[in-house]
Design a protein around this ligand. Structure first.
Ligand code: DON
Length: 304
């Protein structure tokens, strides 16, 4: 398969289509990112790498970090974590409050904001130095020690994060947040502010394409069973109330972030990261989705 040529051709096609999306502005720092950035990186399990455009530029991975946080929490907390958070798609926007009230503070899944806040709470209870230890985990699974938080973005979100504060307080009222709400929010914002390039993200995601085993280090980061479950949640919940549409059009487990990134995997074959900041109304990258739909169609590499 000539992935380089295919990625190049699809990227050029996509860049020729006027983009309807809007760069996220509810986190003011994110609105400063130029809307025309576009990067792609595909890594195969055979150790090959293919890229296009701004693939070596760092961007805010935002909700894509929820996959890594879940991985660490699942590793450390085991199946008990599922008493605090579910595994069903929510059918609602990522920052919605409505279901939490009538479902008694138990979020539908770990990829909506409420679910990720519960995962942050779990990690704070387990880790000695949450921010430092989480960053250490990210660096070890990505095999890249230059990956870091972006303090400006974390602080910018903190100043405007009234909805996340509402979510965490509502869950606290139901007893599903055990730590101090400010501490949970602070850790969550730092986690979301992680920056990676498409290349770094694709390399990090390789373990989900390889039954939890890092192909480069040979380390079993998570068990095959846990990798299967995380991929299943990416498939059903990775794009919020557009998860069905993403499955329908792209057909890969994946996760989006409001920084305009998408990480996805074709188990047994490749991982891919796409970055283009303008988002659709559901908070997913417009061009990222268009690119991946064309890629899996042209390479016949959907999992279905
Ligand atoms: O909490 C938030 O709203 C952001 N830090 C993350 C949201 C996000 O990335 C949703 N993604 N599509």
């Amino acid at each position: 398969m000539d992935y380089q040529q295919i990625i190049h051709n699809i990227s050029e096609q996509i860049r020729g289509i006027p983009c309807q999306g809007e760069v996220a502005s509810y986190i003011p720092e994110l609105s400063k990112v130029p809307s025309n950035k576009f990067g792609v990186h595909l890594s195969t399990l055979d150790g090959e790498d293919f890229s296009f455009g701004n693939s070596d530029e760092s961007f805010s991975i935002q909700s894509i970090s929820k996959v890594i946080a879940l991985t660490l929490a699942f590793n450390l907390g085991g199946n008990d974590i599922w008493t605090r958070v579910g595994v069903e798609p929510s059918g609602n926007p990522f920052n919605s409050l409505v279901q939490l009230e009538y479902e008694k503070g138990i979020p539908r899944n770990p990829f909506i904001n409420s679910g990720a806040l519960v995962i942050s709470d779990l990690l704070i209870s387990i880790l000695e130095e949450p921010k430092k230890d989480f960053l250490h985990f990210v660096r070890s699974i990505s095999e890249n020690h230059s990956i870091s938080y972006n303090h400006r973005i974390a602080k910018s979100e903190k100043r405007h994060g009234h909805r996340n504060a509402a979510l965490v307080n509502l869950m606290k009222s139901f007893g599903n947040i055990t730590n101090n709400v400010e501490e949970v929010l602070d850790f969550y914002y730092y986690q979301c502010s992680l920056e990676m390039t498409c290349k770094e993200l694709a390399h990090t995601f390789l373990l989900y394409a390889n039954r939890g085993l890092s192909p480069s280090s040979g380390e079993q980061i998570i068990t095959a069973s846990k990798a299967k479950r995380i991929n299943a949640i990416m498939q059903t919940c990775g794009f919020y109330d557009q998860s069905g549409d993403f499955t329908f059009k792209v057909g890969l487990p994946g996760k989006s972030g409001v920084g305009g990134g998408i990480g996805a995997v074709n188990p047994g074959v490749y991982s891919i990261a796409v970055w283009s900041p303008p988002l659709n109304k559901k908070g997913n990258s417009v061009r990222g989705m268009q690119f991946l739909e064309r890629l899996t169609t042209e390479t016949k590499s959907s999992i279905f």
